[in-house]
Ligand binder design. Structure first.
Ligand code: SF4
Length: 379
């Protein structure tokens, strides 16, 4: 079966949670408050299971199971830890991000999504034991004096299922009095209703991933169109939230210069620049295993056929000259519009690349401090 392209779905964009067609609950999660909340918000009849191995999902050949799995949601316990440093690579400059793992998998379909190769289950999992999650955060905050930028968008999209789970409210309320940290909710959806009327105390940043229009149209299926993402950002700014944007992955394609320029112009004519704490840039990079999976699932996508080198993190990335050309083009446009306090930075690039793109020698090494400063100075 063919996966629809964005062109066929953008007119009928809908809340990604509505894409879920089957719900499963592990038996020891049935009585947990978050499970009960989710059940009160859905018309789906859940299947109760006693363990993941009993999931009645047709695993079939891999691509089919992944497509089908994105419509199946398992409510379960996280039996591991919720909170870990982002698995950055020592060879590249890292921003010291902390990952809060609220669930695995995403109902949206980005062709380049690393989760296709990274996760070992095709269905979506969402963790119900939020008491354990908050206890782990409490302990972590007690043990450090470090300022933490915490994100939930590493193994899933932060808000794609939020109309069903309402987890954003729990996390935003928790972070409200945490002077040692900030929560970043990163999304390609526009599911922001739960963020309204919260006393967030400025401790939550709402962030959107952006791309050139052609990439958003063709390679980001079931995601919100650019105009909708930016309108949602404006609404969040009016509710007092600070904002962030991520140009990641930057993808080489015909007309990329004009494409990224168009998105950046639309961004700054729509969103108040002073509300933006940071904007990141990251060129396309991917595990070798991703390419065959993505090309089987999305045979019409051509960007994987460009030339790549294997980076120090064992991921494919564009040649340095092309990365620098693309970064310099985009940075020039961003520097024209961005507020003085907004931190522009690279995700996982070397010090040499930073310097070739107009940053001071050593500036990459102060990235964690610069991001913290940008957060403090953003109004
Ligand atoms: S929105 Fe993010 S998590 Fe979801 S499919 Fe796209 S890249 Fe993957």
């Amino acid at each position: 079966m063919t996966i629809p392209t964005k062109q066929t779905t953008s007119q009928s964009y809908r809340d990604p949670a509505q894409l879920i067609s089957a719900l499963y609950i592990e038996d020891d999660c049935q009585e947990l408050p978050l499970t009960q909340e989710i059940l009160s918000r859905t018309t789906l009849t859940p299947t109760i299971i006693s363990g993941r191995s009993e999931l009645p999902i047709d695993l079939g050949p891999y691509p089919h199971s992944l497509r089908q799995g994105k419509r199946h949601l398992l409510l379960c316990r996280n039996r591991g830890s919720f909170f870990k440093p982002c698995p950055g690579t020592r060879e590249y400059c890292c921003c010291d991000y902390q990952v809060l793992n609220i669930g695995m998998g995403c109902p949206m379909e980005c062709v380049y999504c690393i989760l296709q190769a990274y996760l070992n289950t095709p269905w979506l999992s969402f963790f119900m034991n939020t008491t354990d999650l908050l206890a782990e955060l409490d302990l972590a905050f007690k043990r450090t004096a470090q300022f933490w930028r915490i994100g939930t968008g590493e193994f899933t999209d932060s808000l794609a299922l939020d109309s069903l789970t309402g987890l954003s409210r729990l996390l935003i309320n928790y972070m409200r009095d945490k002077k040692q940290g900030v929560l970043e909710l990163k999304t390609k959806s526009v599911v922001i209703d739960n963020l309204k009327d919260l006393d967030h105390n400025g401790r939550t940043i709402v962030a959107w991933s952006l791309n050139a229009p052609a990439i958003m149209a063709k390679e980001e299926i079931y995601t919100a169109p650019l105009a909708a993402r930016l309108q949602a950002a404006v609404q969040c700014a009016e509710w007092g939230y600070k904002l962030a944007f991520h140009f990641d992955p930057i993808i080489y394609h015909e007309g990329w210069q004009d494409g990224y320029a168009e998105t950046i112009n639309t961004l700054f004519t729509t969103v108040p620049a002073e509300k933006i704490a940071w904007i990141s840039l990251g060129g396309l990079r991917f595990l070798p295993q991703l390419k065959p999976i993505a090309l089987t699932r999305f045979p019409g996508s051509t960007f994987f056929h460009e030339e790549f080198i294997i980076g120090l993190d064992n991921k494919y990335r564009y040649f340095r000259s092309l990365r620098v050309e693309m970064y310099n083009h985009i940075l020039t446009l961003l520097r024209r519009h961005a507020a003085e306090h907004t931190c522009l930075y690279f995700c996982m690039e070397s010090d040499e690349i930073w310097q070739q793109c107009g940053f001071q020698p050593g500036q990459s090494r102060s990235l964690p401090d610069d991001l913290d400063q940008a957060f403090q100075h953003c109004t």
